[in-house]
Structures are given as structure tokens and as C-alpha cells.
Ligand binder design. Sequence first.
Ligand code: ADP
Length: 607
Amino acid sequence: MKKQKSIHSIGENAFFLLKEIAKAHPFLLVLVVSEIILGVVSPLFGIYLPSLAVKLVTESSDRAAILLKLGGFGLIYAAAAGLRQMASEGKYYLYNDMRNHFRFRLFYQSIDCDYRNIENKAGLTRYQRAMDSISGGDWSGTSRMLVSMIALITGTLCFVIYSGILTTLHPLIVLMLIVLSLCNLSLTKMAQAYEQHFKDEMAGLEQKIDYVEYTARDIHYGKDIRLYSMSDWFIEMRDMLADRSMRLQNRIKMRYFIVSCVNLLTHFLRNLITYGYLIYTVASGAIDIADFVLYFGAISGFSGFFETITSQYGNLNGANMQMNDLRSFLEITDETETENPAELPDSDRISIEFDHVWFSYDREAEPVLKDFSLRINAGEKLALVGVNGAGKTTIIKLLCGMYRPDQGTIRINGTDIRNFRKKDLYTLFSAVFQDIYIAPHTVAENVSMNMEAETDMQRVEACLEQTGLLKTIQSYPDSIHSQMTKLVHDGIMLSGGQQQKLLMARAVYKNAPVMILDEPTAALDPIAESETYENFHRLTTKKTVIYISHRLASTRFCDRILFLKDGAAVESGTHDELMRQGGEYAKMFEVQSHYYQKGGESNESAQ
Ligand code: ADP
């Protein structure tokens, strides 16, 4: 099982971020350090300059010397402030690339992690939250983490220096400033905890809104939406979701608003007491005008720095939550693989065995497979049939190693599949699934699933010829080099049946020893499906092949048919044997063939 550590402290995340920056953009680190040093030096100049000016004017009459001293300090101050600004702006500029760095890492993780980690709502929500942490430009969590970290370190260093200065005025002033600012900090933290409490609900709503908006503009659904006048329904659903999201956001914003009001009040109180005391000390002659100017600057600076510390600590907490969201997805660990992986069988003759396998997606729910056993001999053509939801695709996912059985063993040529590396195991299967995945690449690349430079073009043409699609593809000006889909390029669009032929060509091109057809023909009519299956049968005579269908006529030719019901094999035999048995298979076959004979169009009713 996965070992998940998703909550990291601010320190751990800051270290993680700096490590990533050092790897991807070392110059950004130089800017960060410069901004911190200059951020401490320039405000110090800022409060000493006016005090120095007062001191020089009151103690000396040499105007030239005064101007020289003040001009020199002024120049250094201006240079420090200017360089600090440059470091700060440069950091934003470079941080754009850092977001792309994380975006790439998320993309890589989503495409490479165990399938089971993303084929559920929790996985999708986790991905959505990780993406949120890098979306929103400079407001994204990872950007804010860096900005807040710099401000917090700068603020803390300045705070220590200014505390030293103000302690010489009165230590209680420092204490009072700290207490009031701590009140602000705890209030901000409460508001943030409130926001975090609704994070999952917000992410869920955003996911649904995205889905509705995506579906509304997806060309695959465009026809249905228009023909069935579904636009009102879509608009209503989007409005309802957007309204819920807005109300939730407003509740969160209201908390922040109340906290801001209380903070303003404490701010006013703080200024009243400190400036009042300072005026009293200068009026009583305890300090001179130059000291007054210095302390005045230090008090406004001190409040500012404590505010920076408290607010940036609050920001850092918020950014830290998003950093945790990012790392929570990046740190998804795949199931541990065996340290001494078994060699794959060196022959194409593959036998498969499910030995008393139990499996459920959700431990709380009813198992999908219950004590399921099956042996498929090398070269055998096996059909898995049964109603939707019987567990056919689950068997394939387990066989391909995308999920592991809760109990029982799956073997390939006698070896437990856990002993193979997952990436090795995948090479044993050419599967065509019901969900059609066409990449926005060329036809040739879609067949080889590789870049054109790495593709054997003659083999692509041979595979397309075998599945009956070559002529169609050759009718396009760029033939097999034509770009596909409208997602990225203005590429070609194939019909449902043609797409399925393309996927079969892909499976034939991969030429893996085990072929799987998992109802890729559901969009075809029964006769076309039957022809496609038989055509595929001819292309794969020597291989072990698993055919899945809920249309029983399509798999009659198979060596053996397994009829599945509620995750268990209830009948097994050839078509003729099962028909003679007169069990559930025979009944379903009779019902389906009755519909096909009465009217070819009504075949779906038999499902
Ligand atoms: P079939 O291929 O026979 O139609 P499946 O193997 O796809 O059936 O599904 C078997 C059962 O497992 C169904 O009840 C389905 O809802 C459930 N199921 C399939 N995939 C998932 C998943 N990722 N998470 C939870 N339940 C799932």
C-alpha cells in the first residue's frame, strides 16, 4: 500500500522550495539572498538619515560638510533601495519559470504514477488542488511561499534590530507592540483555518464547474447538447454550482473582513499609546529632537515589521497549505516493486492464471471479484462476457498490474505478476479499451505511440491495411502524417468506427504477446462488431487473446467463453456447449438474437 506523508511544516516546505530553486534556477537564489540583505540595510538607512540630518544641523554650522555627509549617505541609501527593488522584480520574472518547472513535474507525475492513484475522485481532487497551487500567477501558493519567506526573514531581522533601538526608549513599549500584534496573528490564523475547512468542498465544486464548462464546449457532445436542447439544463446546472461556490467564497471572505476590522482597531490603539509616550518624553526633555526623529522612525518601522512578520506568517501558512497540496500529489508513492524482478517470459506463448482472486475498489464496498479463478492457456482465445458491471474490465486492470488483488494470486507462465516490474508487465499486453484515446499527434504516431522519427512507417501502413483503415487515411493529403484531433492542431477527425480501427492498428503494431479487446466496438453495430472481432482473430492467430463483449454473437468463435455475473464465473465452455447447457448464457444469447432478427436497429435494447 501507499505510504503517504502529505503534511509538511513551513520550514520543511521552505527547504523543499529552496532546494527545487537551487536545482532549476540557481540565479533566483542569488536574487533571494540579495533581497533579504538589502531589505534589512535600506530601512535602517531610512531611519538614521533624518536623525543624522537633525543632529548635523543642530550641532554644526559647516554647511558644505553637512551636505557632503548627507549626500554620501543618501547615495548609499538610494543605491541599496534601487538594488533591492531590482532583486525583487527579477525574482518575480524568474519565478515564472519555477511555476513551469512545477507544472512539468505535476504533468510527469500524473502520467507516470500508478493508475489506481488517479482513477478515483480523491486522486482527481488531489491533482486539482496541486494544479491550483501553481495557477494564479504571482498569487499562486508556491510563488507566495517565496515572497512571504523573503518578507518574513527580512521583517524578523529588522524587528530584532528595531527592538534593540526601542528598548532604549522603554522595554514595555516593545512588549505592548508584541502583544497587540500577537492578537492579530491568532485572528488571522483562525480565518485561515476556516478557509481550509472548506477547501475540499470548494475543490469539488470547481471540479464540477470545470466539467460542465468543458463538456459544454467539447465537440464530441456538441451535437447531443444542441439536438436534445440541453443548453438550458447545462446553464441551470452551471448557475447552481457557481452560486454554491460563490456563497461559500463569500462566507470565507466575510471571516477575513471581520479579522481585518479588528486588526485595524488594534493598529489604532498601538499608535495612540506609542506616539503619545514619545511626545511625552520629548516634551519632558528626556530625549532631544534628533533622538525623537530616530525613535519616531523606529516606532513606525517596528509596527510595520511586526505587522509584516504576523501578516507574512499568516500568508506563509496559507502558502504552506498550497505547498502541501502540491507536494501531496508530487509525493504520491507508487506501490513498492520487487527488488529482484523476474525476467519476462522470452516466448510469445503466454499462459495466464487467476488463483482465488478477491478484489474491491473500496474496502467498505461489496467486492467486485469474489474468489475468482481462471486459467487461460497460451494461444487460447477467451471471451469474457456478461452484463455491464459484472467485473470484466476489472479483471483486465488486475491482469495488467494497474491494481493488485486484495487476496489471491495472478500468474503469467507460472510467475506471480507481483514479481515483474510494472513497466515490464505492460509490455506483455496490447489492449484496446472502450474509451478511445486519440493523441493530438499524427496518424503514424497514434499507431506507433512513438515519435515519427522512432516509427516504422511501413509497419504502420501494414497495420492500417490489416484493420481496413489504410485507404481512408491515404485519402487525406498528408496520409499517415496527417495531424489528428482538433485539440491542438486543426487535425483530421475519424468516425467512431474508424477510430476503433485505428486503435486496433495500434494494438497490432505493438505486437505484444497478449491481445485484449475490451469492448472497443461498443459504438459499432453488432454485424460490424462481429466482423471486427473476427478480423482481429485472423490477425492474432498465434497469440493469447481476451475478447470482452456484452454482445454474445461477437465472441462465438472463441475457444472458450466465460460468462461472468457479479464478479464470479458462473458458466464456462464453447458457444455450443453453453447453448446446450441452457443456462444464463443461452438465455441472454436467445434474447439478443431475437432482437437482432426482429430489427437490427434495436440491438442495444438487448444489453
Ligand atoms: P464491466 O467491465 O463488466 O462492465 P467493471 O469491471 O468495469 O465491469 O466494473 C465492475 C464494478 O466495479 C462496477 O460495479 C463498477 O461500478 C465498479 N468500478 C469500476 N471501476 C471502478 C473504480 N475506479 N472505482 C470504484 N468502482 C469501480
